[in-house]
Design a protein around this ligand. Sequence first.
Ligand SMILES: [Zn+2]
Ligand SMILES: [Zn+2]
Length: 238
Amino acid sequence: MLRTMLNLLYPSICRACSKKLGDFNRNICSECAGKIKERLPPFCLKCGKQIGEDPAPADICQDCRNNEPHFDRAWSACIYEGTLKNLIHDFKYNRITCLSADFASLMTGFMKKHGIGKDSQVIVSVPMHTSRLFRREINHSDVLASSLGKRLGIPYTGSALKKIKNTSEQNKLGRQERIKNLCSSFSIKNSSRILNKNILLVDDLFTTGSTVNECSKILKASGAGQIEVITLARGYSV
Ligand SMILES: [Zn+2]
Ligand SMILES: [Zn+2]
């Protein structure tokens, strides 16, 4: 009743096209949601890259054969383009945090379909260095992990990791530079929380995977069990 009245007084709008929405629980209209493309298998059994187009299809992609990742398996729910790309930008840089609920819904739909996170016991987000957090005010990975935790019924109480090196923005760097940039940049904050536990590592984007790989390295070295990575989006070519 209260929700209906509030909705009449302050109708929520689609964050992508500004159309009025009749549902307070959503921030994206069905037309815009229809433009968001889910990623389709076959995926590399390690990093989640789409491998169907490879000249010689294999279960594990060449990148993972050359450098085995520290995580056990990574998945990415949607294609990073168009409407979703703009929404992620608003979420991260314009602090439209309400979108985390819609993003978590896209992620849990994908996870259910592929049986992801069934054995997860602890959710870990990718931490941000305090100086960047001060500038940005929110850690988008934290907000997303919290929304996802609510949907999955796994309480999220903050990341077990911390960022100890204030690195350059990853999106401005090439693959090798990204790896070098991140080297030893994370540390464990609370090892008892992850010891022998299966981890669901959450972030918004998977680009080269170097960030989640570096996080996985420290988690495994600190005694974590299986690590599944789930990200909201990933580009076409990666
Ligand atoms: Zn819309
Ligand atoms: Zn791979």
